[in-house]
Design a protein around this ligand. Sequence first.
Ligand code: NAI
Ligand SMILES: O=C(O)C1=N[C@H](C(=O)O)C[C@H](O)C1
Length: 269
Amino acid sequence: MNEPIKVVIAGPRGRMGREAVKLVMNTSHFKLVGAIDYKYDDTTLNEVDGFTDTHDSVKVFSNPDDCFQELLPDVLIDLTTPETGYEHTKAALLHNVRPVVGTTGFTDGQLDELKEIAESRGLGVIIAPNFAIGAVLMMKFSQMAAKYFEDVEIIEMHHDQKLDAPSGTGIKTAQMIQEVRTSKKQGHPNEKETIDGARGSDIDGMRVHSVRLPGLIAHQQVMFGGEGQLLTVRHDSHDRASFMSGVRVCVDTIMKLDTLVYGLENILD
Ligand SMILES: NC(=O)C1=CN([C@@H]2O[C@H](COP(=O)(O)OP(=O)(O)OC[C@H]3O[C@@H](n4cnc5c(N)ncnc54)[C@H](O)[C@@H]3O)[C@@H](O)[C@H]2O)C=CC1
Ligand SMILES: O=C(O)C1=N[C@H](C(=O)O)C[C@H](O)C1
């Protein structure tokens, strides 16, 4: 029998991290060997609020280098914050650990740098702004529609604890649309914002609007306007469990990659 894939999770106490801990613990060919958390250094996960005795073999580290050096994991799943996630991803690669990154908010420069490190070491990295299969389809359907409708506005809606705006999904959707849409500055040429930000952010002339409200989880609506018609493509994540089948596919796939893949759509059949 093959050895299980040894996984470390960064951000285990977070909303996504807790789901990922469940996923890894409940997948027979994955083994959760460690966690990275800026608190609880040198403990085991069962000593952390909300975890149980079943987590007593999961070592917690605050320093990612110590974690990778001691545990020699195969894969890091990072679900933290933009700057921390970038540092963890880089550290993982330098220790020959393959990162599956759900954390959003990386800059283009950071993505380029991580790709270069990954390729120079022949290691896979997956950076997936959205792990939900439905969200990937929503992005692909939007890309299909954008071939025929060049006027598009993206409305992404999230819980009010989210740090980055626009969301990773909003940016990725705009980038996928950009691949097929003739560049266009939308709206009236003389349009003027009388209050800053009224028209949202601007990606290649498309507008991206970010809604943040308690009660929301993760939702996005892409609206296409044409003469006498409106097309809306929408996806809703009502539960963070919606992201976990994508995380599982990434952990399974990453062992076969030797470069950086940005977006789950690139590894799905
Ligand atoms: N790709 C996807 O499908 C999804 C991505 N996300 C992204 O995942 C990230 C996490 O989201 P949530 O779980 O909602 O956030 P959260 O705020 O609930 O969790 C973040 C966790 O990171 C931990 N953390 C912060 N700094 C750290 C450090 N230096 N070392 C170790 N841990 C540290 C915090 O303790 C916290 O537990 C965000 O960037 C979010 O945008 C969220 C949902 C889905
Ligand atoms: O922070 C979140 O919650 C989410 N973040 C990701 C993003 O920025 O797109 C994915 C999903 O929308 C949930």
